[in-house]
Design a protein. Structure first.
Length: 351
């Protein structure tokens, strides 16, 4: 038994009618369509239009409720097909998704964004760091400091502040650095950090947590290491670079607070290691005990009583081992100085 040509798939599809815009005149040609195994045959009843589009080159250019607009790559013409015809005749045969070219463009776009992120977040801060005047970093740090001290005022114990200042002065010749100011905040959190521009903030919770003046001295020396290496200034530039990347991607709402918080949590393992090494070498050069930082990290990690500090300064077994030092050298503070430091928040000041 032979197939009736009138009922073959190609003959049935040839009765589909569409509008063909040739790209030269605004009026469409009425055409019929036929699909072979690899082409879409397009014919007009007047014989003016007779062309074939490879199925692999056809892409959806637009959609409406009752019609679908198609284009063939490297062709100025356009075909408007009834939606029902498209679903029955063409949808199973052509790519309606991203396509290979689309995926290629997307991948290239992602690579460009990644390179931009590396440039702005990692490389550019190191190049810009010395080019920006120090006063700019100090102004940014001052704004943050004002906000912090508005919530938890500055401790104003004169004897305790003098003891801390004398300690920093003692380290300055060996570490070649002095912070803008060493400030104690009446904040119960166990933490310490350095602001852009060089101010160091000690929270009173850290002082209360320290078992000895040498533990506190080790933490202060560690923060001075961040000042010496300009880690807060570099982190600020990275935050600005990350903000530029997230803005370019339209992620301001998500990226603004979330990514700044993420980046602000830590300087990174290499920076923390370098600050630890700075603390130990500077304390030893000044003739002071250098075992306090290791003791503080080991005890705090074991007892988990310094979670805020450890979240900003990630502690690991290797880090504890690297900071373990012999108990040699002079104490950082006399007993009288240590008592004054512990009582520094008996008076507070909003200045």
């Amino acid at each position: 038994m032979h197939d009736d040509p009138a009922h073959s798939p190609e003959r049935r599809s040839s009765r589909a009618v569409a509008g063909y815009f040739d790209g030269h005149i605004a009026q469409p040609h009425q055409v019929t369509l036929a699909v072979t195994h690899d082409t879409l045959q397009i014919r007009s009843t007047d014989g003016v239009i007779a062309t074939a589009w490879p199925l692999s080159r056809i892409a959806v250019a637009g959609r409406a409720d009752d019609a679908v607009s198609l284009r063939c790559r490297r062709d100025v013409s356009r075909l408007v097909v009834p939606a029902a015809t498209f679903r029955e005749l063409l949808a199973p045969r052509i790519r309606t998704g991203f396509g290979l070219l689309g995926w290629g463009i997307a991948v290239i776009g992602c690579l460009i964004v990644l390179l931009l992120a590396v440039l702005l977040v990692d490389m550019l801060p190191n190049l810009l760091l010395p080019a920006i005047p120090a006063g700019w970093y100090q102004r940014i740090g001052g704004v943050t400091e004002t906000a912090l001290l508005a919530q938890h005022p500055r401790c104003a114990g004169v004897d305790g502040q003098q003891a801390l200042d004398v300690f920093v002065d003692r380290l300055t010749p060996y570490g070649a650095v002095r912070p803008g100011r060493l400030i104690v905040s009446d904040n119960p959190l166990v933490n310490a950090f350095t602001l852009p521009g060089g101010d160091v903030i000690l929270m009173h919770g850290l002082i209360a947590s320290a078992r000895s003046g040498d533990e506190l001295a080790g933490v202060i020396a560690h923060e001075l290491g961040h000042v010496a290496h300009r880690d807060p200034d570099r982190r600020l530039l990275r935050q600005l670079g990350l903000g530029a990347v997230t803005a370019a991607l339209g992620w301001n709402q998500l990226g603004g607070d979330a990514t700044r918080g993420l980046v602000g949590m830590s300087y990174g393992r290499a920076a923390e290691t370098a600050a630890d090494a700075f603390a130990i070498s500077t304390l030893r050069a000044a003739g002071l005990r250098a075992d306090g930082l290791g003791m503080f990290l080991a005890r705090s990690s074991a007892e988990q009583d310094a979670l805020a500090f450890l979240s900003d300064h990630p502690s690991t077994a290797d880090r504890v081992a690297r900071t373990r030092q012999p108990a040699t050298g002079q104490a950082a503070f006399t007993e009288r100085e240590w008592r004054a430091i512990r009582d520094i928040c008996a008076r507070t000041s909003l200045i």
